[in-house]
Design a protein around this ligand. Structure first.
Ligand code: A3P
Length: 278
């Protein structure tokens, strides 16, 4: 039962660059790109292009908040400025830097079943290796330590999946009420539901209706129905790099990963007062 509210809250006054009031902090490979594209459909949201890595790169942060503001798109009074860098969540020091800039910052964190997220991270890294002409070993070889046959927790691709550990850091600075958690797996199945919850979290009038999401059999994911010329709608999907086919992972390795993540996931649920089915 969608009550369409086309009237944006901004009144097209006072156009200027503003610091973000909301950050999408990660976690990488949980659907952060999809969330950005979806939220861009909202007339009261402006989002910086690309990932700015302002809070996680010391040298960027040291350029100061005026420098950061100049990287923001112009916005009208009442519009929300956002920035997404999917590396913010799992990198240390980002949380206090964000707090330093704005202690009432709103954060959006997407999470996804952590093993699938790790595999997705691996595939992303593999692609980068291809660019540098490096040969990437199979997932199993990288995730298992050769010397003891145990999970290699130092593999950079697994680190972001330790949600509990990273969340603890953020909660030292921000109350849970300022961090909206998006179920990345549900975002794939039911994008409308998750985007609607984000609209509510941000206090935005409801604009992104169910009919904006159209499932593409070809892509195997939802695509967007966006406003085109003369009141027409155009279908727009995410780029080819989003929604990759995952390889089958060795069963023994899957079991070890499941055992590793199980207690950590439980701790994470406890910390955020919410359960997922992983
Ligand atoms: P996979 O490529 O592993 O399937 P991020 O943008 O944070 O890098 O996340 C990428 C993930 O977004 C993809 O991981 C995919 O599962 C997920 N995703 C969610 N909605 C999507 C959509 N509409 N189209 C493509 N990928 C989507």
């Amino acid at each position: 039962n969608d009550i369409r509210n086309d009237i944006p809250i901004h009144k097209k006054t006072n156009l200027r660059q503003r610091l973000p009031q909301c950050l999408i902090i990660g976690v990488k490979k949980a659907g952060t790109g999809a969330m950005v594209q979806y939220l861009k459909m909202h007339p009261d949201v402006v989002i910086a292009d690309g990932e700015l890595n302002f809070f996680d790169y010391e040298r960027n942060y040291q350029q100061g908040f005026e420098y950061y503001k100049k990287l923001m798109p112009p916005s009208y009074e009442g519009q929300i400025t956002m920035e997404k860098t999917s590396n913010y969540f799992h990198n240390k020091d980002t949380e206090w830097r964000v707090y330093n800039m704005n202690s009432s910052m709103k954060m959006i964190l997407l999470v996804r079943e952590p093993i699938a997220r790790t595999v997705s991270d691996y595939l992303q890294r593999k692609l980068k290796d291809k660019v540098t002409k490096e040969l990437t070993p199979p997932f199993e070889e990288l995730i298992i330590r050769q010397k003891n046959g145990r999970i290699n927790e130092g593999y950079p691709g697994i680190r972001p999946s330790f949600y509990y550990k990273h969340m603890l850091r953020w909660l030292k600075y921000f109350p849970l009420s300022q961090i909206h958690i998006v179920d990345g797996d549900n975002l794939v199945q039911n994008p409308f539901e998750e985007v609607h919850a984000v609209e509510k979290f941000l206090g935005l009038p409801h604009f992104i209706t169910q009919d904006r999401f159209v499932f593409s059999d070809q892509k195997g994911f939802y695509c967007m129905s966006i406003d085109g010329y003369n009141g027409t709608r155009q279908e727009q999907c995410l780029s080819r790099g989003k929604g990759r086919k995952h390889p089958d992972i060795d069963e023994g390795v899957m079991e070890m990963l499941t055992d590793l993540f199980r207690p950590l996931n439980q701790q994470f649920y406890k910390l955020i007062g919410r359960k997922f089915d992983w």
